[in-house]
Design a binder for this molecule. Structure first.
Ligand SMILES: [Fe+2]
Length: 294
């Protein structure tokens, strides 16, 4: 079955690109690689040309999610599958593919109206340059994960498994609602859905995974010293075993910053249901803010 292989890129619509640039470079450890004439900012973290595009607009929310496939044939098989199921699929133009730095892409909406892109042939940077600036668990595991709101979590899970070939990792009865987790490579989850009737934003948070606990600890220090509001204290998740904390970003949603997650082996993996999202920690800090818990 044709399937996506990794979370390739995220497009965010942000009000203040300047604040995001400082935040992404000094606090998250991302690299600004290009500023377009229209003000869009591209950020990199590994050997992919970029992983984030920040578009100057008023949303302060997710704009689109890009999933990588390993060939044009896999991408086309997914397009046909979607169309057979009645989903409207747009073939990306050469201009859009050039903007995304990929060889080709398709675009469609998921059942909640989230804009989704599936692509093949990402432009990769020089391997030596990428290796010397590493520090994230990314590469073939993709950029990290994100959590999106879904009106019907099971409907969203079914769409991503049956249309994009993803696999269920597990479920958590979280403090903010029922959560379902999906993977497409050894990363425990590349996307999760939280069932919310009236979400404040489409995106709850995205997660970046460092390869050193010290980088997470130093960033935790900087956040506690006032670099940006802390949303959820350091803790360890029950399902992916990630040690992480959550901080605000300039668009007002969360960034999970973590280390030490376990990986999925599909030969032995068993889907579980967890009654709590965390083994310890992960205490919400600011009353009134959503508390991302996974
Ligand atoms: Fe997370």
């Amino acid at each position: 079955m044709a399937a996506v292989s990794q979370l390739g890129y995220l497009g965010l619509g942000v009000k203040d690109v300047g604040s995001w640039r400082g935040y992404a470079e000094s606090l998250l450890g991302l690299r600004a690689v290009e500023t377009r004439t229209d003000g869009d900012l591209l950020l990199a973290m590994d050997n992919h040309h970029h992983r984030f595009t920040l578009h100057q607009d008023k949303r302060d929310d997710i704009a689109y999610v890009g999933w990588q496939t390993e060939s044009a044939a896999e991408m086309e098989a997914i397009a046909v599958r979607l169309e057979t199921a009645g989903v409207t699929v747009a073939r990306g133009s050469r201009e859009t593919a050039e903007k995304r730095h990929v060889a080709g892409l398709i675009a469609f909406n998921d059942p909640d109206g989230h804009a989704v892109e599936v692509f093949h042939g990402p432009e990769l940077a020089d391997e030596f340059a990428a290796a010397s600036e590493s520090g994230f668990i990314a590469g073939d595991q993709g950029l990290g994960h994100l959590v999106l709101a879904a009106a019907d979590m099971e409907r969203a899970m079914t769409f991503y498994t049956s249309m994009l070939g993803m696999k269920v990792s597990d479920y958590v009865s979280g403090a903010i609602g029922a959560l379902g987790f999906l993977h497409c490579n050894p990363r425990h989850h590349s996307i999760a859905f939280v069932q919310l009737a009236n979400p404040r934003k489409r995106i709850n948070h995205f997660m970046l995974q460092r390869d050193s606990i010290n980088d997470v600890g130093r960033t935790y220090d900087a956040v506690q010293e006032g670099a940006t509001p802390l949303l959820v204290t350091m803790g360890r998740h029950s399902n992916d075993e990630m040690v992480s904390f959550y901080m605000a970003n300039p668009s007002g949603f969360g960034v999970e910053y973590g280390w030490g997650a376990r990986e999925v082996d599909d030969c032995t993996w068993q889907v579980a249901q967890y009654e709590s999202g965390s083994l310890w920690g992960h205490k919400p800090v600011r009353r009134g803010d959503p508390a991302p818990r996974t």
